[in-house]
Design a binder for this molecule. Structure first.
Ligand code: IPM
Ligand code: MN
Length: 356
């Protein structure tokens, strides 16, 4: 099969982790006889520095013209610490999501046997936890207008907007995954306070009737934040709006043992994007110490979701599990044992795939 991917490494540790995920992707393509072509483009702070635009038109054109996008991370302290900056790296990521129509961000939360004892949660609580968070990605307060400040600068406002259509398509997607999994959907909202959340609940309650084989439950986001920690195994498919999903999935990553482990797939109208959920970790940039596994696992999702190549994705997962079992891991998950470099972990996984 011909696989044409766009590689958007971005900022901070992005280039280092994406380099490893790309090597793994190449090794898999070779092993399974696929013809891989890949092309890089700029996004985020580095794109602002280069051309003044965090998601340049040329980058968008490449994404549109590719079968999948492998994405690293964006963000830089230069902008984080300057709230008055007019152009921000994050706008690049948001523009990409919007222009590619990536309305669903799928974040699978699973545990890794060798990391369970490192979770800050009790092993018996997290062992076997396996749920999927589906985060709406192109609506809500991230994109609602008006957004801004009053002229005298003393007031600021954001607007949360959702249409029935936006809610319906994401809830339907949640049901489609629940049907393939354990047939349970948790709709997370704040319907006791927010009008948009009440619309979510109303739409979900209508759709619920079409999926009688799926159990639907409704949960306020504050309660969900607690239950993710208290009883993560109760969840199967969780679906929620943009900002709630952003926050809850960082929280949920703790279950896996490290934020450095959680991959994601953003899917929708045009080319799908595969990226780790963690950020650009600027303190670690260039040091070859960042955990590449979330990005490598995102490459596994790319094979499975974008190309429908299940065995390829599975072999990546197997190789990642093997690297952890062999304790070839980066410092964030190495505890007191030896910590390996980003590139060493990537190379070990490539070698494993080649030997298979
Ligand atoms: C994420 C990130 C982004 C988000 C930031 C970098 C804009 O936190 O993908 O979760 O908030 O969506
Ligand atoms: Mn986030």
């Amino acid at each position: 099969m011909k696989l044409k991917i766009a590689v958007l490494a971005g900022d901070g540790i992005g280039p280092e982790i994406v380099a490893q995920a790309l090597n793994v992707t190449k090794a898999i393509a070779k092993k399974f006889g696929h013809k891989l072509s890949h092309q890089a483009a700029i996004v985020g702070a580095c794109a602002i520095d280069a051309v003044g635009d965090p998601y340049p038109e040329a980058t968008h054109a490449l994404c549109m013209d590719s079968d999948a996008v492998l994405f690293g991370a964006i963000g830089s302290p230069k902008y984080d610490n300057d709230p008055s900056a007019k152009v921000r790296p994050e706008q690049g990521l948001l523009a990409m999501r919007k222009k590619l129509g990536l309305y669903a961000n799928i974040r699978p939360v699973t545990t890794f046997p060798s990391l369970i004892h490192q979770s800050p949660l009790r092993a018996d609580l997290v062992e076997g936890a396996d749920f999927m968070c589906i985060r709406e990605l192109t609506g809500g307060i991230y994109f609602g207008r008006p957004q801004g400040r009053s002229e005298d600068g003393t007031t600021a406002y954001d607007t949360c907007v959702y249409t029935v259509e936006e809610i319906e398509r994401i809830i339907r997607l949640a049901y489609s995954y629940a049907l393939k999994r354990n047939k349970k959907v948790t709709v997370v909202d704040k319907a006791n306070v927010l009008c948009t959340s009440r619309l979510w609940r109303q739409v979900a309650q209508q759709l619920e009737k079409e999926y009688p084989e799926v159990t639907t439950e409704y949960m306020f986001v504050d309660n969900a934040a607690m239950q993710i920690i208290q009883w993560p195994k109760r969840f199967d498919v969780m679906v929620t709006e943009n900002m709630f999903g952003d926050i809850l999935t960082d929280e949920a990553s703790v279950i896996t043992g490290s934020l450095g482990m959680l991959p994601s797939a953003s899917i929708g109208i045009h080319t799908s994007v595969f990226e780790p959920i963690h950020g650009s970790y600027p303190q670690a940039a260039g040091k070859d110490i960042a955990n590449p596994l979330a990005t490598i696992l995102s490459a596994a999702l790319m094979f499975e979701y974008a190309f429908n190549l299940q065995a390829e994705g599975q072999l990546i997962r197997e190789a990642v599990d093997a690297s952890m079992a062999a304790k070839v891991i980066t410092e964030d998950i190495a505890e007191s044992g030896k910590a390996y470099k980003t590139s060493e972990v990537g190379q070990w996984i490539v070698d494993y795939i080649q030997k298979k």
